[in-house]
Design a protein around this ligand. Structure first.
Ligand SMILES: [Cu+2]
Length: 737
């Protein structure tokens, strides 16, 4: 937790010195000059990760000048005189959708292994231009069936000024921001620009990027790595290798951003995102149900196969680098992805009996953003120079002391007197958030984790929101007068990253009495005018009912226990480089720390399973993300009646609660390969609460089990899995072909 500016000056100085010395060691660790083991040997480090309070190295322990209110502390982030609500909130920056012909070289099913010279900083020699693992196992699945129709290219690179900002709406709907003006990589005009080593984003620019896609329109996402070839040019944290996960895409594993399928500077990786409805092969296969559809561009519907009950809306994509996800996402490798469908069209005016007509706009056939606003909420911290600060030594998690929305420090947003949809994403490394409006008026939750709920849920206070969770809400500003202001308030207080300490009352939060600087108002809504057109949007009483599971047999039950007793059983230096303390126990086995060479579960293709996720920690919370198929929560702590209304739809992140359990129904359909399950407190994930599971298709077209990719700048090699847990494969037989 953070010291207040009112803390004694000598205590602040001491903390700043401690942070500085610590940063030196962090740098050495992040450059690979020292290992964790070295630091433990030197007595500077404990196995649990905490830097010991020697020579003032740890700003997080009680000092000689102990502040009785806040027992641990780093110095507060400097704000350079910036006051809250003095800058407009930028809308996301739209990624261009190009024709396939713009891609050079043309995309192909198998990884493009054309050789190029490798930078001497990466060891020189020759290596492939594409970092995707080679060969048929990592070829795009069903590439002929789902040929890409839209090309999207981004480069991961260091911070630079944006001269091509496209918010997708007129300036009056973007709080007056003139997009033709250069957009600086800073968090407020008073703040210094972030340096190219500190901030790494899609295209190197701010605001964060938004990609708009629709069902039945496969995307080829070419991701270029132009991060520094020299691993030490990272501003003290972050790793120059990356892999991109489209969270929670229903795509083949070669396009899922597998944590061990990362690629190097000067390489690219082609991700093929088919954007199909789950159940493509088994439900509505002849595409005759208009509810399973996509906007056709002219007011009608293009019908697609699959189950319309599986329609998804609000995704995000982010780095998933093994051991470095928290740092890389915090550095800015984060974007959002809106999926449009017949049901959720992004046009509130079209009334053909299927469109739910949620707040959006009417100008374009689909994907209007006028009244449909993405909100990325993150806590950040800054060093004395105003550069992003991250502490890679705290294995519990990382908390910032500055709230940002769309990577802007506490902005304002101008709205009209009508309904708006907000797609809120918690992108913090570890922080839980919980929102309320300053006048205690209602919001309507319509979606959870990108899945529209069966029925809307009016709430004055949203549920806790963990990292990676998305809540879509509707706020009706017609109840206010022009000139009014209201604020979004965070009411959950952290003392450390273990989980929320407590939820404060609205009055307490507004009074600014919390010792947690992220409690209180963080986004100001300014009601500036009446809408020029009548609000045609609605929030229907029925949105997307759940898929019917009653006739689908349960092939298998599995149990996963999440705790801090992680043990490493693999010794491969690539796949098991992480050392805990966090681990996952599978089916009553020991808690194991991550090795992406270990297969922990292998459900059979085409089946349904029930997984119970249990929290082993007394006062911890863990938000668990299962890749590939969204699930339905059947029970919390063993009882269906514990599942609140806003979790009655489908989800992909499951908060376990302290000592709690969540029982989830999942199906495994349409694509195969190796996927992950992990804590989305990204610091827990990196240290090393993550496992690999893969689909067992019985042998074809995949191998069983799949070979583990080991990326190098000179190409990817493969090894047999280090370990296969005894209960991984269905039944007693186990093939190791
Ligand atoms: Cu966790």
């Amino acid at each position: 937790m953070y010291l207040k500016w009112t803390a004694p000056k000598n205590r602040l100085r001491e903390a700043e010195n401690a942070r500085h010395e610590r940063a030196e060691i962090v740098r050495a660790l992040s450059h690979g000059q020292v290992s964790r083991r070295d630091l433990i040997k030197c007595g500077l480090f404990t196995a649990a990760g905490l830097l010991l309070p020697i020579r003032g190295l740890n700003p997080f322990v009680r000092s000689a000048y102990a502040d009785s209110q806040i027992p641990t502390g780093a110095p507060p982030s400097p704000l350079f005189g910036a006051k809250p609500f003095t800058q407009p909130m930028p809308r996301f920056d739209l990624l261009p959708r190009n024709s396939l012909a713009t891609l050079n070289p043309a995309p192909q099913a198998e990884s493009n292994q054309t050789l190029q010279a490798v930078d001497p900083a990466l060891g020189g020699g020759d290596g492939p231009i594409e970092g995707r693992p080679p060969g048929p196992v990592w070829a795009h699945q069903r590439f002929d069936l789902f040929p890409p129709r839209v090309a999207v290219e981004v480069t991961k690179e260091g911070a630079r000024i944006n001269t091509q900002y496209n918010p997708g709406v007129f300036s009056r709907l973007n709080s007056g921001i003139d997009p033709t003006q250069p957009f600086h990589p800073n968090f407020h005009p008073n703040f210094p620009d972030q340096g190219p080593q500190t901030l790494w984003t899609n295209n190197g620019t701010l605001p964060p990027k938004l990609l708009q896609v629709r069902y039945g329109e496969p995307i080829l996402f070419r991701d270029h790595n132009r991060l520094p070839a020299d691993v030490s040019l990272n501003g003290g944290f972050g790793r120059h290798t990356t892999t991109t996960h489209e969270h929670n895409g229903h795509h083949g594993a070669e396009n899922d951003g597998f944590t061990g399928a990362y690629f190097f500077p000067n390489q690219f990786y082609d991700y093929h995102w088919p954007i199909v409805l789950a159940g493509h092969d088994t439900i509505n296969v002849d595409a005759t149900d208009r509810r399973a559809g996509s906007p056709d561009g002219s007011g009608g519907i293009t019908m697609v196969p699959g189950d319309w009950h599986e329609t998804m809306s609000s995704h995000w994509f982010h780095d998933h680098m093994f051991g470095f996800t928290s740092q890389n996402v915090y550095k800015g490798m984060v974007a959002m992805l809106n999926i449009y469908s017949a049901l959720d069209r992004g046009n509130e005016g079209i009334n053909e009996g299927v469109n739910l007509r949620l707040p959006s706009g009417t100008t374009n056939d689909f994907g209007n953003l006028d009244y449909d606003v993405n909100l990325l909420v993150e806590d950040k911290a800054f060093d004395r120079d105003g550069q992003l600060f991250f502490d890679i030594f705290s294995f519990d998690g990382f908390l910032g002391d500055v709230m940002s929305v769309n990577l802007a420090f506490k902005p304002f947003f101008e709205v009209e007197r009508r309904k708006y949809r907000f797609r809120i994403l918690n992108g913090s490394p570890s922080r839980f958030l919980q929102f309320q409006l300053s006048d205690n008026s209602p919001m309507i939750q319509i979606a959870n984790d990108g899945n529209l709920l069966p029925n809307p849920v009016p709430l004055t206070r949203l549920d806790l929101m963990a990292t990676a969770e998305r809540y879509d809400i509707v706020i009706d500003f017609s109840r206010y007068n022009v000139g009014d202001k209201i604020w979004m308030v965070n009411v959950v207080e952290h003392e450390d990253p273990r989980g929320p300490k407590r939820t404060v009352s609205l009055a307490e939060a507004l009074a600014g009495l919390s010792s947690d600087p992220c409690v209180g108002t963080f986004l100001e809504f300014r009601i500036v005018r009446d809408p020029p057109q009548p609000d045609q949007s609605q929030v229907p009483a029925v949105m997307i009912p759940n898929p019917d599971l009653s006739t689908i047999p349960v092939a298998r039950m599995r149990t996963f226990v999440f705790g801090d007793q992680g043990r490493q059983t693999a010794d491969d230096p690539f796949t098991s480089a992480l050392h805990g303390p966090w681990g996952i126990g599978t089916d009553d086995g020991d808690q194991l720390t991550a090795s992406f060479g270990r297969v922990s579960a292998a459900p059979s293709f085409g089946t349904r399973e029930i997984w119970t996720l249990r929290n082993d920690g007394g006062d911890w919370d863990h938000p668990i993300h299962i890749h590939f198929e969204e699930g339905r929560i059947l029970a919390r702590n063993g009882s269906a009646s514990n599942v609140p209304a806003w979790e009655q739809g489908r989800k992909d992140v499951y908060r376990l609660h302290p000592d709690g359990s969540v029982t989830v129904s999942l199906q495994f359909r349409d694509f195969g390969g190796m996927f992950m399950e992990h804590c989305h407190n990204t610091v827990h994930e990196d240290n090393a609460m993550l496992l690999r599971w893969e689909l067992d298709d019985g042998g074809a077209p995949f191998l069983r089990p799949l070979p583990t990719p080991i990326p190098t700048p000179r190409g990817v090699t493969f090894f047999s899995p280090d370990e296969i847990l005894p209960t991984a494969y269905t039944g007693s037989g186990r093939s190791t072909s």
